[in-house]
Design a protein around this ligand. Structure first.
Ligand code: FES
Length: 632
Protein backbone atom coordinates (compact mmCIF):
# COMPACT_ATOMS: atom_id res chain seq x y z
CA UNK A 1 0.00 0.00 0.00
CA UNK A 2 1.23 3.52 -0.77
CA UNK A 3 2.01 5.75 2.19
CA UNK A 4 -0.50 8.31 0.88
CA UNK A 5 -3.24 5.65 1.00
CA UNK A 6 -2.18 4.56 4.48
CA UNK A 7 -2.35 8.20 5.61
CA UNK A 8 -5.84 8.54 4.13
CA UNK A 9 -7.02 5.39 5.91
CA UNK A 10 -5.66 6.87 9.13
CA UNK A 11 -7.67 10.04 8.28
CA UNK A 12 -4.52 12.13 7.96
CA UNK A 13 -4.93 14.83 5.35
CA UNK A 14 -1.66 14.82 3.46
CA UNK A 15 -1.00 17.32 0.65
CA UNK A 16 -0.62 15.62 -2.74
CA UNK A 17 -0.07 18.65 -4.99
CA UNK A 18 0.86 16.79 -8.20
CA UNK A 19 -1.79 14.11 -7.70
CA UNK A 20 0.81 11.54 -6.64
CA UNK A 21 2.97 11.57 -9.78
CA UNK A 22 6.25 12.01 -7.89
CA UNK A 23 6.82 15.32 -9.73
CA UNK A 24 6.47 18.03 -7.10
CA UNK A 25 8.32 16.61 -4.10
CA UNK A 26 5.87 18.29 -1.72
CA UNK A 27 4.44 15.13 -0.16
CA UNK A 28 7.81 14.47 1.53
CA UNK A 29 7.59 12.86 4.97
CA UNK A 30 10.20 11.38 7.30
CA UNK A 31 10.19 7.65 7.97
CA UNK A 32 11.49 7.47 11.53
CA UNK A 33 11.11 3.75 11.90
CA UNK A 34 9.78 0.93 9.80
CA UNK A 35 10.80 -2.27 8.07
CA UNK A 36 9.53 -2.91 4.60
CA UNK A 37 9.25 0.74 3.59
CA UNK A 38 10.31 1.14 -0.02
CA UNK A 39 10.55 4.47 -1.81
CA UNK A 40 10.24 3.94 -5.58
CA UNK A 41 11.42 7.38 -6.61
CA UNK A 42 13.37 10.17 -4.95
CA UNK A 43 13.76 12.47 -7.91
CA UNK A 44 12.60 15.60 -6.10
CA UNK A 45 14.61 14.98 -2.95
CA UNK A 46 18.05 16.43 -2.34
CA UNK A 47 20.97 14.52 -0.85
CA UNK A 48 20.32 16.41 2.41
CA UNK A 49 16.66 15.32 2.41
CA UNK A 50 17.62 11.68 1.88
CA UNK A 51 20.11 11.80 4.73
CA UNK A 52 17.42 13.27 6.96
CA UNK A 53 15.19 10.27 6.15
CA UNK A 54 12.72 11.98 3.81
CA UNK A 55 10.71 9.90 1.31
CA UNK A 56 7.97 10.88 -1.09
CA UNK A 57 4.73 9.58 0.43
CA UNK A 58 3.15 9.13 -2.98
CA UNK A 59 6.04 6.96 -4.16
CA UNK A 60 6.58 4.93 -1.01
CA UNK A 61 5.16 1.49 -0.40
CA UNK A 62 4.63 0.35 3.21
CA UNK A 63 4.29 -3.33 3.97
CA UNK A 64 4.22 -3.29 7.76
CA UNK A 65 4.21 -1.02 10.78
CA UNK A 66 6.09 2.23 10.36
CA UNK A 67 6.53 5.46 12.28
CA UNK A 68 6.20 8.45 9.98
CA UNK A 69 6.74 12.09 10.85
CA UNK A 70 4.68 14.50 8.77
CA UNK A 71 6.24 17.96 8.56
CA UNK A 72 3.88 20.96 8.79
CA UNK A 73 1.75 21.12 5.65
CA UNK A 74 1.84 24.20 3.45
CA UNK A 75 -0.59 26.77 4.79
CA UNK A 76 -3.19 28.15 2.46
CA UNK A 77 -3.75 31.71 3.49
CA UNK A 78 -6.54 33.68 2.01
CA UNK A 79 -6.03 36.18 -0.70
CA UNK A 80 -9.24 35.73 -2.57
CA UNK A 81 -10.34 38.69 -4.60
CA UNK A 82 -13.97 37.65 -4.78
CA UNK A 83 -14.37 37.12 -1.08
CA UNK A 84 -15.96 40.46 -0.24
CA UNK A 85 -19.35 41.75 0.64
CA UNK A 86 -21.48 42.42 -2.39
CA UNK A 87 -20.91 45.60 -4.29
CA UNK A 88 -22.73 47.03 -7.27
CA UNK A 89 -22.35 44.79 -10.31
CA UNK A 90 -23.35 46.44 -13.56
CA UNK A 91 -25.37 44.24 -15.88
CA UNK A 92 -25.12 44.88 -19.62
CA UNK A 93 -28.94 44.88 -19.84
CA UNK A 94 -31.80 46.37 -17.85
CA UNK A 95 -33.00 43.50 -15.75
CA UNK A 96 -36.66 42.58 -16.13
CA UNK A 97 -37.47 39.32 -14.37
CA UNK A 98 -40.70 38.88 -16.36
CA UNK A 99 -38.79 38.98 -19.60
CA UNK A 100 -35.44 37.47 -18.60
CA UNK A 101 -36.09 35.03 -15.79
CA UNK A 102 -37.46 31.52 -16.23
CA UNK A 103 -38.05 31.26 -12.47
CA UNK A 104 -41.42 32.56 -11.22
CA UNK A 105 -43.19 32.98 -7.90
CA UNK A 106 -46.95 32.39 -8.36
CA UNK A 107 -49.27 33.10 -5.43
CA UNK A 108 -52.49 31.09 -5.42
CA UNK A 109 -55.58 30.58 -3.33
CA UNK A 110 -57.00 27.22 -4.28
CA UNK A 111 -60.53 25.93 -3.73
CA UNK A 112 -60.33 23.14 -1.16
CA UNK A 113 -61.89 19.77 -2.05
CA UNK A 114 -65.44 18.93 -1.00
CA UNK A 115 -67.65 15.90 -1.25
CA UNK A 116 -68.98 17.42 -4.47
CA UNK A 117 -65.51 18.12 -5.88
CA UNK A 118 -63.12 15.27 -5.20
CA UNK A 119 -60.54 16.40 -7.73
CA UNK A 120 -57.05 15.29 -6.65
CA UNK A 121 -54.68 17.87 -5.14
CA UNK A 122 -52.31 17.99 -8.11
CA UNK A 123 -55.12 18.54 -10.67
CA UNK A 124 -56.63 21.13 -8.35
CA UNK A 125 -53.31 23.00 -8.21
CA UNK A 126 -52.91 22.80 -11.98
CA UNK A 127 -56.46 24.05 -12.51
CA UNK A 128 -55.76 27.03 -10.30
CA UNK A 129 -52.46 27.75 -12.12
CA UNK A 130 -54.30 27.66 -15.45
CA UNK A 131 -57.07 30.03 -14.40
CA UNK A 132 -54.85 32.44 -12.42
CA UNK A 133 -51.65 32.50 -14.50
CA UNK A 134 -52.59 30.88 -17.76
CA UNK A 135 -50.08 28.08 -17.08
CA UNK A 136 -51.68 25.27 -19.05
CA UNK A 137 -49.34 22.45 -18.18
CA UNK A 138 -47.15 21.68 -15.19
CA UNK A 139 -44.78 18.90 -14.18
CA UNK A 140 -43.21 18.02 -10.84
CA UNK A 141 -40.71 15.54 -9.47
CA UNK A 142 -41.92 12.88 -7.07
CA UNK A 143 -40.09 14.56 -4.17
CA UNK A 144 -42.12 17.74 -4.73
CA UNK A 145 -45.37 15.77 -4.87
CA UNK A 146 -44.57 14.06 -1.58
CA UNK A 147 -45.07 17.28 0.38
CA UNK A 148 -47.94 18.62 -1.74
CA UNK A 149 -50.88 17.40 0.37
CA UNK A 150 -49.49 18.55 3.71
CA UNK A 151 -48.39 21.99 2.42
CA UNK A 152 -51.78 22.71 0.86
CA UNK A 153 -53.65 21.80 4.02
CA UNK A 154 -51.26 23.41 6.50
CA UNK A 155 -51.35 26.62 4.45
CA UNK A 156 -55.13 26.51 4.30
CA UNK A 157 -54.91 26.38 0.47
CA UNK A 158 -53.09 29.70 0.10
CA UNK A 159 -49.65 28.96 -1.31
CA UNK A 160 -46.84 30.27 -3.48
CA UNK A 161 -45.58 28.05 -6.26
CA UNK A 162 -41.93 28.30 -7.26
CA UNK A 163 -41.97 27.46 -10.95
CA UNK A 164 -39.25 27.02 -13.53
CA UNK A 165 -40.85 27.85 -16.84
CA UNK A 166 -38.11 26.52 -19.12
CA UNK A 167 -34.47 25.45 -19.32
CA UNK A 168 -32.06 25.49 -22.24
CA UNK A 169 -32.75 21.82 -22.95
CA UNK A 170 -36.54 22.32 -22.58
CA UNK A 171 -37.09 25.77 -24.16
CA UNK A 172 -40.78 25.04 -24.74
CA UNK A 173 -41.38 23.86 -21.19
CA UNK A 174 -43.58 22.49 -19.76
CA UNK A 175 -43.10 24.52 -16.57
CA UNK A 176 -41.82 22.57 -13.53
CA UNK A 177 -43.09 23.02 -10.00
CA UNK A 178 -39.88 23.28 -7.98
CA UNK A 179 -41.45 23.96 -4.58
CA UNK A 180 -44.74 24.88 -2.98
CA UNK A 181 -44.51 27.29 -0.07
CA UNK A 182 -47.20 28.16 2.47
CA UNK A 183 -48.55 31.71 2.28
CA UNK A 184 -48.95 34.11 -0.55
CA UNK A 185 -46.42 36.91 -0.32
CA UNK A 186 -42.83 35.84 -1.01
CA UNK A 187 -40.43 38.77 -1.26
CA UNK A 188 -37.36 37.07 -2.69
CA UNK A 189 -36.32 34.33 -5.07
CA UNK A 190 -32.70 33.31 -4.70
CA UNK A 191 -30.15 31.91 -7.16
CA UNK A 192 -26.38 31.37 -7.19
CA UNK A 193 -23.76 31.76 -9.91
CA UNK A 194 -20.70 29.59 -9.30
CA UNK A 195 -17.27 29.50 -10.90
CA UNK A 196 -15.29 26.36 -10.11
CA UNK A 197 -11.71 27.36 -10.72
CA UNK A 198 -8.90 24.82 -10.42
CA UNK A 199 -7.65 26.94 -7.53
CA UNK A 200 -10.64 28.91 -6.28
CA UNK A 201 -14.40 28.42 -6.10
CA UNK A 202 -16.34 31.70 -6.21
CA UNK A 203 -20.04 32.42 -5.90
CA UNK A 204 -22.49 35.27 -6.29
CA UNK A 205 -25.76 35.01 -4.37
CA UNK A 206 -28.45 36.78 -6.34
CA UNK A 207 -32.05 37.87 -5.81
CA UNK A 208 -33.71 36.65 -9.00
CA UNK A 209 -36.61 39.10 -8.54
CA UNK A 210 -34.36 42.17 -8.69
CA UNK A 211 -31.13 40.93 -10.30
CA UNK A 212 -29.18 42.21 -7.31
CA UNK A 213 -26.04 40.37 -6.20
CA UNK A 214 -26.52 40.37 -2.44
CA UNK A 215 -23.36 38.52 -1.37
CA UNK A 216 -20.12 37.13 -2.74
CA UNK A 217 -17.84 34.49 -1.35
CA UNK A 218 -14.80 32.50 -2.45
CA UNK A 219 -12.68 29.72 -1.08
CA UNK A 220 -9.80 27.58 -2.27
CA UNK A 221 -11.03 24.53 -4.13
CA UNK A 222 -10.75 21.67 -1.63
CA UNK A 223 -9.35 19.48 -4.42
CA UNK A 224 -6.06 21.42 -4.37
CA UNK A 225 -4.59 19.05 -1.84
CA UNK A 226 -5.10 16.20 -4.30
CA UNK A 227 -3.44 17.99 -7.22
CA UNK A 228 -2.72 21.60 -8.08
CA UNK A 229 -3.42 21.43 -11.81
CA UNK A 230 -6.04 19.67 -13.89
CA UNK A 231 -3.72 16.91 -15.12
CA UNK A 232 -2.72 15.99 -11.57
CA UNK A 233 -6.38 15.84 -10.60
CA UNK A 234 -7.32 13.68 -13.58
CA UNK A 235 -4.54 11.29 -12.63
CA UNK A 236 -5.66 11.27 -9.00
CA UNK A 237 -9.29 10.71 -10.06
CA UNK A 238 -8.30 7.68 -12.11
CA UNK A 239 -6.92 5.86 -9.06
CA UNK A 240 -9.05 3.81 -6.64
CA UNK A 241 -11.96 5.97 -5.44
CA UNK A 242 -10.18 9.21 -6.39
CA UNK A 243 -13.05 10.41 -8.60
CA UNK A 244 -15.61 10.12 -5.78
CA UNK A 245 -13.23 11.83 -3.39
CA UNK A 246 -12.57 14.76 -5.74
CA UNK A 247 -16.30 15.09 -6.40
CA UNK A 248 -17.09 15.27 -2.71
CA UNK A 249 -14.23 17.72 -2.08
CA UNK A 250 -15.49 20.21 -4.64
CA UNK A 251 -19.09 19.78 -3.51
CA UNK A 252 -17.97 20.49 0.07
CA UNK A 253 -16.21 23.66 -1.10
CA UNK A 254 -19.25 24.80 -3.09
CA UNK A 255 -21.51 24.18 -0.10
CA UNK A 256 -19.16 26.10 2.16
CA UNK A 257 -19.00 29.18 -0.06
CA UNK A 258 -22.75 29.16 -0.65
CA UNK A 259 -23.33 28.92 3.07
CA UNK A 260 -20.92 31.76 3.74
CA UNK A 261 -22.60 34.01 1.16
CA UNK A 262 -26.04 33.02 2.47
CA UNK A 263 -25.05 33.77 6.05
CA UNK A 264 -23.86 37.24 5.05
CA UNK A 265 -27.14 37.97 3.30
CA UNK A 266 -29.23 36.23 6.02
CA UNK A 267 -30.65 33.82 3.47
CA UNK A 268 -31.59 30.19 4.06
CA UNK A 269 -29.59 28.16 1.48
CA UNK A 270 -32.63 25.88 1.22
CA UNK A 271 -34.42 28.79 -0.47
CA UNK A 272 -31.93 28.96 -3.35
CA UNK A 273 -33.77 27.62 -6.38
CA UNK A 274 -31.34 27.93 -9.26
CA UNK A 275 -27.62 27.58 -9.83
CA UNK A 276 -25.43 28.14 -12.87
CA UNK A 277 -21.88 26.79 -12.99
CA UNK A 278 -18.84 27.80 -15.01
CA UNK A 279 -15.57 25.89 -14.87
CA UNK A 280 -13.05 24.21 -17.09
CA UNK A 281 -14.01 20.85 -18.58
CA UNK A 282 -12.11 18.88 -15.94
CA UNK A 283 -13.76 20.75 -13.07
CA UNK A 284 -17.21 20.21 -14.59
CA UNK A 285 -16.50 16.49 -15.08
CA UNK A 286 -15.29 16.10 -11.51
CA UNK A 287 -18.34 17.95 -10.16
CA UNK A 288 -20.67 15.66 -12.09
CA UNK A 289 -18.67 12.55 -11.18
CA UNK A 290 -17.80 11.90 -14.84
CA UNK A 291 -14.58 10.08 -15.66
CA UNK A 292 -12.09 12.67 -16.89
CA UNK A 293 -9.31 10.37 -18.19
CA UNK A 294 -10.14 10.92 -21.85
CA UNK A 295 -9.54 14.67 -21.42
CA UNK A 296 -5.83 14.00 -20.98
CA UNK A 297 -5.42 11.14 -23.44
CA UNK A 298 -5.10 11.37 -27.22
CA UNK A 299 -7.45 12.33 -28.97
CA UNK A 300 -8.45 14.50 -25.95
CA UNK A 301 -12.24 14.34 -25.83
CA UNK A 302 -14.69 15.03 -23.03
CA UNK A 303 -17.58 12.82 -21.98
CA UNK A 304 -19.90 15.74 -22.68
CA UNK A 305 -19.34 19.40 -23.50
CA UNK A 306 -22.85 20.56 -22.68
CA UNK A 307 -24.34 18.61 -19.78
CA UNK A 308 -28.08 18.79 -19.17
CA UNK A 309 -29.29 20.53 -16.00
CA UNK A 310 -29.47 18.26 -12.95
CA UNK A 311 -31.19 18.60 -9.58
CA UNK A 312 -29.11 19.90 -6.67
CA UNK A 313 -29.97 16.79 -4.65
CA UNK A 314 -28.28 14.59 -7.28
CA UNK A 315 -24.98 16.32 -6.55
CA UNK A 316 -25.49 16.85 -2.81
CA UNK A 317 -25.37 20.61 -3.32
CA UNK A 318 -26.90 22.09 -0.18
CA UNK A 319 -29.48 24.41 -1.71
CA UNK A 320 -33.11 23.51 -2.39
CA UNK A 321 -32.98 19.83 -3.41
CA UNK A 322 -35.14 20.42 -6.50
CA UNK A 323 -33.15 23.47 -7.68
CA UNK A 324 -31.70 23.01 -11.13
CA UNK A 325 -27.92 23.05 -11.40
CA UNK A 326 -27.03 24.19 -14.88
CA UNK A 327 -23.41 23.68 -16.00
CA UNK A 328 -22.58 26.04 -18.84
CA UNK A 329 -21.29 24.54 -22.09
CA UNK A 330 -17.64 24.08 -23.01
CA UNK A 331 -16.08 23.83 -26.45
CA UNK A 332 -13.48 21.10 -26.04
CA UNK A 333 -11.35 19.33 -23.44
CA UNK A 334 -9.17 22.38 -22.80
CA UNK A 335 -11.55 25.16 -23.77
CA UNK A 336 -14.28 24.67 -21.22
CA UNK A 337 -17.33 26.42 -19.84
CA UNK A 338 -15.08 28.90 -18.05
CA UNK A 339 -13.94 30.20 -21.44
CA UNK A 340 -17.37 30.27 -23.13
CA UNK A 341 -18.72 32.00 -20.01
CA UNK A 342 -15.65 34.26 -20.04
CA UNK A 343 -16.22 35.27 -23.65
CA UNK A 344 -19.76 36.14 -22.66
CA UNK A 345 -18.75 37.86 -19.41
CA UNK A 346 -16.17 39.97 -21.23
CA UNK A 347 -18.79 40.79 -23.89
CA UNK A 348 -16.27 39.97 -26.59
CA UNK A 349 -19.02 38.11 -28.47
CA UNK A 350 -21.07 41.33 -28.75
CA UNK A 351 -18.23 43.54 -29.96
CA UNK A 352 -17.23 44.43 -33.51
CA UNK A 353 -13.66 45.01 -32.33
CA UNK A 354 -11.23 42.16 -32.99
CA UNK A 355 -10.43 40.88 -29.54
CA UNK A 356 -7.88 38.50 -28.14
CA UNK A 357 -9.27 36.96 -24.96
CA UNK A 358 -6.89 35.00 -22.80
CA UNK A 359 -6.81 33.23 -19.52
CA UNK A 360 -3.18 32.93 -18.45
CA UNK A 361 -2.88 29.68 -16.59
CA UNK A 362 -1.86 26.08 -16.96
CA UNK A 363 -3.73 25.71 -20.21
CA UNK A 364 -3.38 29.21 -21.63
CA UNK A 365 -6.86 29.23 -23.17
CA UNK A 366 -7.11 31.85 -25.88
CA UNK A 367 -9.94 33.07 -28.11
CA UNK A 368 -9.57 35.39 -31.09
CA UNK A 369 -12.52 36.97 -32.86
CA UNK A 370 -15.45 39.35 -32.73
CA UNK A 371 -19.24 39.21 -32.82
CA UNK A 372 -19.19 37.33 -36.15
CA UNK A 373 -16.46 34.73 -35.71
CA UNK A 374 -14.37 33.17 -32.98
CA UNK A 375 -11.52 30.72 -32.94
CA UNK A 376 -10.01 29.22 -29.81
CA UNK A 377 -7.11 27.12 -28.67
CA UNK A 378 -5.45 25.91 -25.50
CA UNK A 379 -1.68 25.73 -25.31
CA UNK A 380 -0.48 23.59 -22.47
CA UNK A 381 1.79 26.06 -20.77
CA UNK A 382 2.13 23.97 -17.65
CA UNK A 383 1.64 25.29 -14.14
CA UNK A 384 4.84 27.42 -14.02
CA UNK A 385 2.89 30.69 -13.85
CA UNK A 386 0.98 29.28 -10.90
CA UNK A 387 4.27 28.71 -9.11
CA UNK A 388 4.36 24.92 -9.66
CA UNK A 389 7.37 23.20 -11.23
CA UNK A 390 9.52 26.12 -10.05
CA UNK A 391 11.84 25.41 -7.13
CA UNK A 392 10.71 28.25 -4.92
CA UNK A 393 7.40 28.79 -6.67
CA UNK A 394 4.20 29.04 -4.66
CA UNK A 395 0.63 30.18 -4.98
CA UNK A 396 -0.21 33.85 -4.56
CA UNK A 397 -0.74 33.63 -0.83
CA UNK A 398 0.81 35.25 2.23
CA UNK A 399 4.61 35.28 2.02
CA UNK A 400 4.81 35.09 -1.78
CA UNK A 401 7.14 37.51 -3.56
CA UNK A 402 4.77 39.12 -6.09
CA UNK A 403 6.93 41.82 -7.67
CA UNK A 404 10.69 42.21 -8.08
CA UNK A 405 12.90 45.08 -9.18
CA UNK A 406 16.62 44.60 -9.85
CA UNK A 407 19.17 47.41 -9.77
CA UNK A 408 20.91 47.39 -13.15
CA UNK A 409 24.24 48.49 -11.60
CA UNK A 410 24.48 46.35 -8.48
CA UNK A 411 22.10 43.53 -9.49
CA UNK A 412 20.59 43.72 -6.00
CA UNK A 413 16.87 42.95 -5.91
CA UNK A 414 14.05 44.72 -4.13
CA UNK A 415 10.85 42.77 -3.79
CA UNK A 416 7.30 43.09 -2.57
CA UNK A 417 5.77 40.28 -0.53
CA UNK A 418 2.06 39.51 -0.13
CA UNK A 419 1.70 40.68 3.45
CA UNK A 420 0.52 38.87 6.54
CA UNK A 421 -2.04 41.39 7.74
CA UNK A 422 -1.36 40.59 11.41
CA UNK A 423 2.34 41.38 10.98
CA UNK A 424 1.51 44.43 8.89
CA UNK A 425 -0.78 45.74 11.66
CA UNK A 426 2.18 45.52 14.03
CA UNK A 427 4.39 47.36 11.54
CA UNK A 428 6.49 44.26 10.84
CA UNK A 429 7.47 43.11 7.36
CA UNK A 430 6.34 39.69 6.13
CA UNK A 431 9.31 37.43 5.44
CA UNK A 432 9.13 35.76 2.00
CA UNK A 433 8.42 32.04 1.61
CA UNK A 434 8.60 31.75 -2.18
CA UNK A 435 7.67 33.42 -5.45
CA UNK A 436 4.19 33.44 -7.03
CA UNK A 437 3.33 33.73 -10.73
CA UNK A 438 3.36 37.51 -10.98
CA UNK A 439 6.67 37.54 -9.08
CA UNK A 440 8.12 35.03 -11.53
CA UNK A 441 7.10 37.11 -14.55
CA UNK A 442 8.59 40.15 -12.90
CA UNK A 443 11.79 38.31 -12.00
CA UNK A 444 12.24 36.90 -15.49
CA UNK A 445 11.75 40.36 -17.02
CA UNK A 446 14.07 42.10 -14.58
CA UNK A 447 16.88 39.55 -14.87
CA UNK A 448 16.61 39.81 -18.66
CA UNK A 449 16.39 43.60 -18.93
CA UNK A 450 19.31 44.11 -16.52
CA UNK A 451 21.47 41.60 -18.42
CA UNK A 452 21.61 39.02 -15.64
CA UNK A 453 20.35 36.48 -18.14
CA UNK A 454 20.67 36.46 -21.91
CA UNK A 455 17.88 35.97 -24.44
CA UNK A 456 18.20 32.18 -24.10
CA UNK A 457 17.87 32.40 -20.32
CA UNK A 458 21.53 31.65 -19.49
CA UNK A 459 22.77 33.32 -16.30
CA UNK A 460 25.54 35.81 -16.78
CA UNK A 461 28.37 34.86 -14.40
CA UNK A 462 30.43 37.77 -15.83
CA UNK A 463 28.07 40.23 -14.12
CA UNK A 464 30.15 39.69 -10.98
CA UNK A 465 27.15 39.47 -8.67
CA UNK A 466 27.53 37.27 -5.57
CA UNK A 467 23.90 36.36 -6.11
CA UNK A 468 24.76 34.36 -9.22
CA UNK A 469 26.19 31.00 -8.29
CA UNK A 470 26.24 27.33 -9.12
CA UNK A 471 23.46 25.67 -7.11
CA UNK A 472 22.54 22.08 -6.44
CA UNK A 473 20.44 21.97 -9.62
CA UNK A 474 22.60 24.22 -11.82
CA UNK A 475 23.14 27.98 -12.12
CA UNK A 476 20.87 30.18 -10.01
CA UNK A 477 20.24 33.75 -8.86
CA UNK A 478 19.59 34.29 -5.15
CA UNK A 479 16.50 36.44 -4.73
CA UNK A 480 16.45 36.39 -0.92
CA UNK A 481 19.17 35.23 1.45
CA UNK A 482 18.35 32.72 4.15
CA UNK A 483 18.37 35.39 6.87
CA UNK A 484 15.49 37.23 5.16
CA UNK A 485 13.18 34.27 4.57
CA UNK A 486 10.52 32.63 6.70
CA UNK A 487 11.96 29.13 6.36
CA UNK A 488 15.59 30.15 6.82
CA UNK A 489 16.88 29.02 3.43
CA UNK A 490 17.75 31.01 0.33
CA UNK A 491 15.00 31.69 -2.20
CA UNK A 492 16.53 31.21 -5.64
CA UNK A 493 15.63 31.55 -9.29
CA UNK A 494 17.39 28.76 -11.12
CA UNK A 495 18.19 28.07 -14.76
CA UNK A 496 15.71 25.17 -14.61
CA UNK A 497 12.99 27.58 -13.41
CA UNK A 498 13.92 30.06 -16.14
CA UNK A 499 13.67 27.36 -18.81
CA UNK A 500 10.26 26.26 -17.49
CA UNK A 501 8.97 29.82 -17.59
CA UNK A 502 10.35 30.48 -21.06
CA UNK A 503 8.63 27.31 -22.31
CA UNK A 504 5.36 28.38 -20.65
CA UNK A 505 5.39 31.88 -22.11
CA UNK A 506 6.47 30.54 -25.51
CA UNK A 507 3.50 28.14 -25.57
CA UNK A 508 1.04 30.93 -24.77
CA UNK A 509 2.51 33.37 -27.29
CA UNK A 510 2.68 30.65 -29.94
CA UNK A 511 -1.04 30.04 -29.34
CA UNK A 512 -1.80 33.71 -30.19
CA UNK A 513 0.36 33.52 -33.29
CA UNK A 514 -1.25 30.35 -34.61
CA UNK A 515 -4.78 31.62 -34.03
CA UNK A 516 -4.00 34.77 -35.98
CA UNK A 517 -2.27 32.84 -38.77
CA UNK A 518 -5.19 30.43 -39.05
CA UNK A 519 -7.49 33.30 -40.03
CA UNK A 520 -4.88 34.85 -42.34
CA UNK A 521 -3.94 37.79 -40.19
CA UNK A 522 -1.38 38.78 -37.57
CA UNK A 523 -1.51 40.17 -34.06
CA UNK A 524 -1.21 43.79 -35.27
CA UNK A 525 -4.90 43.64 -36.32
CA UNK A 526 -6.04 42.98 -32.74
CA UNK A 527 -7.98 45.94 -31.35
CA UNK A 528 -8.03 44.86 -27.72
CA UNK A 529 -6.56 42.19 -25.48
CA UNK A 530 -8.97 41.03 -22.78
CA UNK A 531 -7.28 39.33 -19.87
CA UNK A 532 -9.57 37.12 -17.82
CA UNK A 533 -8.95 34.83 -14.87
CA UNK A 534 -7.94 35.77 -11.38
CA UNK A 535 -4.22 35.47 -12.12
CA UNK A 536 -4.55 37.89 -15.04
CA UNK A 537 -5.35 40.77 -12.69
CA UNK A 538 -1.90 40.53 -11.12
CA UNK A 539 0.10 40.57 -14.34
CA UNK A 540 2.30 43.58 -14.92
CA UNK A 541 1.72 44.33 -18.61
CA UNK A 542 5.12 45.97 -19.16
CA UNK A 543 6.99 42.99 -17.75
CA UNK A 544 4.79 40.44 -19.50
CA UNK A 545 5.63 42.15 -22.81
CA UNK A 546 9.33 42.24 -21.93
CA UNK A 547 9.46 38.46 -21.60
CA UNK A 548 7.34 37.96 -24.72
CA UNK A 549 4.30 36.57 -22.91
CA UNK A 550 1.97 39.26 -24.24
CA UNK A 551 2.17 40.89 -27.68
CA UNK A 552 3.90 44.27 -27.83
CA UNK A 553 0.99 46.70 -28.13
CA UNK A 554 0.09 50.05 -26.58
CA UNK A 555 -0.90 49.43 -22.98
CA UNK A 556 -4.31 51.00 -23.48
CA UNK A 557 -5.27 48.03 -25.64
CA UNK A 558 -5.07 45.70 -22.64
CA UNK A 559 -8.08 45.31 -20.36
CA UNK A 560 -8.22 43.29 -17.17
CA UNK A 561 -11.61 41.69 -16.98
CA UNK A 562 -11.48 40.02 -13.55
CA UNK A 563 -13.31 36.75 -13.07
CA UNK A 564 -15.06 36.66 -16.45
CA UNK A 565 -16.19 33.06 -15.91
CA UNK A 566 -18.15 34.08 -12.80
CA UNK A 567 -19.54 37.13 -14.59
CA UNK A 568 -20.67 34.84 -17.45
CA UNK A 569 -22.31 32.45 -14.97
CA UNK A 570 -24.11 35.43 -13.41
CA UNK A 571 -25.41 36.69 -16.76
CA UNK A 572 -26.61 33.18 -17.65
CA UNK A 573 -28.32 32.89 -14.24
CA UNK A 574 -30.20 36.12 -14.75
CA UNK A 575 -31.08 36.02 -18.41
CA UNK A 576 -32.45 33.05 -20.32
CA UNK A 577 -31.55 34.82 -23.59
CA UNK A 578 -27.93 35.08 -22.45
CA UNK A 579 -28.07 31.43 -21.39
CA UNK A 580 -29.04 30.51 -24.95
CA UNK A 581 -26.34 32.84 -26.25
CA UNK A 582 -23.59 31.10 -24.28
CA UNK A 583 -24.67 27.80 -25.84
CA UNK A 584 -24.53 29.46 -29.24
CA UNK A 585 -21.09 30.94 -28.50
CA UNK A 586 -19.76 27.50 -27.52
CA UNK A 587 -21.37 25.89 -30.56
CA UNK A 588 -19.95 28.29 -33.12
CA UNK A 589 -16.50 28.77 -31.61
CA UNK A 590 -13.98 26.94 -33.81
CA UNK A 591 -11.47 24.96 -31.80
CA UNK A 592 -7.92 24.55 -33.06
CA UNK A 593 -6.12 21.50 -31.66
CA UNK A 594 -2.52 22.67 -31.41
CA UNK A 595 -0.94 19.28 -30.78
CA UNK A 596 -1.76 18.34 -34.37
CA UNK A 597 -0.80 21.71 -35.83
CA UNK A 598 2.70 22.01 -37.35
CA UNK A 599 2.65 25.80 -37.35
CA UNK A 600 2.34 25.70 -33.57
CA UNK A 601 5.66 23.91 -33.23
CA UNK A 602 7.39 26.49 -35.44
CA UNK A 603 5.77 29.38 -33.55
CA UNK A 604 6.68 27.79 -30.21
CA UNK A 605 10.33 27.32 -31.23
CA UNK A 606 10.50 30.93 -32.43
CA UNK A 607 9.16 32.12 -29.07
CA UNK A 608 11.69 30.19 -26.98
CA UNK A 609 13.80 33.32 -26.59
CA UNK A 610 13.41 36.50 -24.61
CA UNK A 611 11.31 38.20 -25.77
CA UNK A 612 11.26 36.34 -29.13
CA UNK A 613 13.59 35.44 -32.00
CA UNK A 614 11.92 38.19 -34.00
CA UNK A 615 12.78 41.30 -31.99
CA UNK A 616 11.01 43.51 -34.56
CA UNK A 617 7.69 42.19 -33.15
CA UNK A 618 8.71 43.70 -29.79
CA UNK A 619 9.79 47.27 -30.62
CA UNK A 620 9.29 48.60 -27.09
CA UNK A 621 11.56 45.88 -25.68
CA UNK A 622 14.16 46.51 -28.41
CA UNK A 623 14.16 50.14 -27.35
CA UNK A 624 14.72 49.30 -23.66
CA UNK A 625 17.54 46.89 -24.57
CA UNK A 626 19.17 49.50 -26.81
CA UNK A 627 19.03 52.12 -24.07
CA UNK A 628 20.61 49.62 -21.66
CA UNK A 629 23.52 49.16 -24.05
CA UNK A 630 23.98 52.94 -24.15
CA UNK A 631 24.30 53.07 -20.36
CA UNK A 632 27.83 53.88 -19.10
S1 FES B 1 5.65 14.15 -5.43
FE1 FES B 1 4.19 13.18 -4.19
S2 FES B 1 2.42 14.37 -4.52
FE2 FES B 1 3.88 15.30 -5.78
Amino acid sequence: MLLTEAARLAEIDLDIPCGGQGRCGRCAVIVADGEGVRCRSTVRLSAEDLTAGYVLACQTVVEGDAVVIIPPQEKIERRLVTDKTAGEIALPFTYDPQQHQPMRLMSLTIDPPTMHDQTDDWSRLKRSMATTFDVLDLVADLDTLRSLASTLRQADWTVTAVVETDTWDRPEGPPRLVDLLPGGQMQHLWGVAVDIGTTTVSVYLVDLLTGEVVAKAAEYNGQIRRGEDVISRIIYASKNDGLAELESLVVATINEVIQRAARRAKVDPGEIYKMTVAGNSTMIHLLLGLAADSIRLDPFVTTINHPPPVRASQLDIAIHPQASVDCLPGVASYVGADISAGVLGSQMCDSEATSLFLDVGTNGETVLGDCDWMISCACSAGPAFEGAGVRDGMRATVGAIEEVWINSQTYEPTYRVIPDLRLEARGQPTPPRGICGSGLISLLAETFITGLIDKAGNLNFDAGSPRIRQGEHGPEYVVAWEGETEHGRDIVFSKVDIDNLIRAKAAIYAGFTVLALSVGTDLSTVDQVLIGGSFGQHINIEKAIQIGLLPDMPWEKFRFMGNTALQGALLALLNRGVRRQVAEVARRMTYLELSSDNTFFDAFTAALFLPHTDLTSFPSVAEVLASREDEP
